[in-house]
Design a protein around this ligand. Structure first.
Ligand SMILES: [Zn+2]
Ligand SMILES: [Zn+2]
Length: 168
């Protein structure tokens, strides 16, 4: 599996720009108009490395353009996941999370803090080895991996809360 580098911000930017172009092509192929609102939502999605909920996306998009409607956000999200450029994740919460780093690296694992809902991505060669191992033993070829861990910050353990602060 190719190794990803999160250190090179320039490459990241290029990758995100490429994903944005691919999504615009996807909309054009579907004969969907790229309205101003939709353009703002697309810019917001592909400008971030953070995982987000629909409501977060709405909030961020409205910082760029206050006229962005909730309905347009909720209509655009299924298109983003359908295009395979953004991945929908279910952590057992009443709402879904969306992963903008999916097209760049479909094989990565997530840890979510149960208190502040911060999502941290991680890679592990050991986990990959174990998964390949299990696949082989059961007679399957593992094609993708996606591990989700529910966790709590160390500060949550100590004080019962993590103050909604980044806990990576
Ligand atoms: Zn991710
Ligand atoms: Zn936390």
């Amino acid at each position: 599996m190719p190794k990803r580098s999160r250190k090179n911000k320039c490459v990241q930017l290029e990758v995100r720009e490429e994903a944005k172009q691919k999504f615009i092509e996807f909309l054009v192929k579907k004969d969907l108009r790229i309205t101003n609102q939709r353009r703002v939502i697309i810019d917001t999605v592909f400008d971030t490395n953070e995982h987000f909920t629909a409501e977060q996306l709405l909030e961020w998009a409205r910082l760029k353009d206050s006229s962005v409607s909730r309905a347009t956000v909720y209509r655009t999200l299924p298109l983003l996941t359908e295009s395979n450029l953004v991945h929908e994740m279910d952590f057992g919460k009443p709402y879904k999370f969306y992963d903008p780093n999916y097209s760049d690296s479909p094989n990565h694992n997530h840890l979510i803090c149960e208190d502040c809902e911060k999502i941290v991505e991680f890679d592990s060669e050991k986990i990959e080895e174990i998964e390949q191992d299990i696949g082989q033993k059961l007679g399957f070829t593992v094609k993708s991996q996606n591990l989700q861990l529910s966790a709590s910050c160390d500060s949550l353990k100590r004080s019962g809360a993590c103050d909604n602060k980044p806990c990576s």
